[in-house]
Design a binder for this molecule. Structure first.
Ligand code: PMP
Length: 304
């Protein structure tokens, strides 16, 4: 593997993909990024990009919220990403990080009058959360940002200060990950994951009006649950205490994948084991992303 980045219109060695410290977005967090995965299939000698187009569609909508002008279509961005992965010759599970930002060397937090630039880099990434066991989650004392402050649906760099507070608090207190609530007490999401519970055989997740990033893995899991497992899915507000009485709970995310939760605030979820539905969703999800399920090949972009 060799490391390149797409940086301000060109492919360059990663060491040359550097921004000036005066870069406007570096100071004000006014950048929009994505987190995308590609999975290596040893048997097929193939790297499968997962939901490439969907990630770039979301990125461009997020850029619209911040008035970042990326003059490229989702298809063009997919093409650049495939070319970058080929240049790097990745032959392992890989994470792709595109970021659009205001590149002017100017002071003032605003979303107008600046030039937009785009950078993409890739890095090998295995499991982001430990999937060999059930996770311990902590309801965070940090509330999730509200749409009247920084829209949570937007993957904007500055919003991740909120995530960093919650994740750090969870880690320092011996937990694996956070669950953030809204000020009204309803569940929002994890620091980098959406949250699902299972109750009485139904899958429940928070609606997009609960200040969440509209997760692409969330959508995929909803579809798998409905079409492969024949499970009903409810998108509705969840209160903290409903987490405690759930039969199963798990996180979803591009990095997190499908990550089971077995304890929340020291309360054992279900019988404390990884739940049946969670296990099944995890199994189907991994078979799809690794390119082993032909029915979902339209979710994947072969790189080689
Ligand atoms: N919520 C937040 C705050 C996130 O950062 C992420 C990761 N992108 C998710 C949810 C999950 O979204 P996705 O499934 O699209 O990766």
């Amino acid at each position: 593997m060799s490391r390149y980045a797409y940086f301000e219109g060109k492919f360059v060695p990663i060491e040359e993909a550097n921004i000036n410290i005066q870069t406007n977005s570096f100071h004000y967090g006014t950048a929009v990024f994505e987190g995308i995965r590609a999975y290596w299939n040893e048997e097929k000698n193939q790297l499968f990009g997962l939901f490439f187009k969907e990630h770039y569609e979301r990125m461009l909508l997020n850029c619209k919220i911040l008035n970042l002008q990326v003059e490229k279509s989702p298809e063009e961005l997919v093409e650049i990403t495939v070319e970058l992965l080929r240049k790097c010759n990745h032959r392992e599970d890989t994470y792709i990080r595109p970021i659009a930002y205001f590149s002017d060397l100017k002071i003032s937090p605003k979303l107008i009058g600046y030039r937009t630039e785009l950078a993409i880099y890739t890095v090998p990434l295995g499991n982001y959360l430990d999937l060999s066991r059930g996770l311990k989650a902590k309801t965070s004392s940090w509330h999730r940002i509200n749409d009247t402050m920084i829209p949570a649906r937007c993957k904007v760099a500055g919003a991740y200060v909120n995530s960093a507070f919650a994740k750090t608090e969870a880690l320092l207190n011996g937990y694996d990950e956070a669950i953030m609530l809204n000020p009204d007490g309803t569940v929002a999401e994890g620091s980098g994951e959406n949250v699902f519970i299972v109750r009485n055989g139904r899958l429940i997740t928070t609606p997009s009006s609960s200040n969440i990033l509209e997760g692409i893995t969330r959508n995929a899991v909803i579809e798998i649950a409905k079409s492969e497992l024949g499970i009903e899915v409810e998108e509705r507000p969840i209160l903290r205490s409903e987490l405690y009485v759930a039969d199963e709970a798990f996180y979803t995310g591009t990095a997190a994948q499908v990550a089971p939760i077995v304890q929340i605030d020291h309360v054992t979820i279900g019988n404390g084991e990884i739940g049946k539905v969670t296990k099944e969703l995890q199994r189907v999800y991994f078979s799809i992303v690794k390119g082993e399920n032909e029915r979902y090949s339209h979710w994947l972009t072969p790189v080689y």
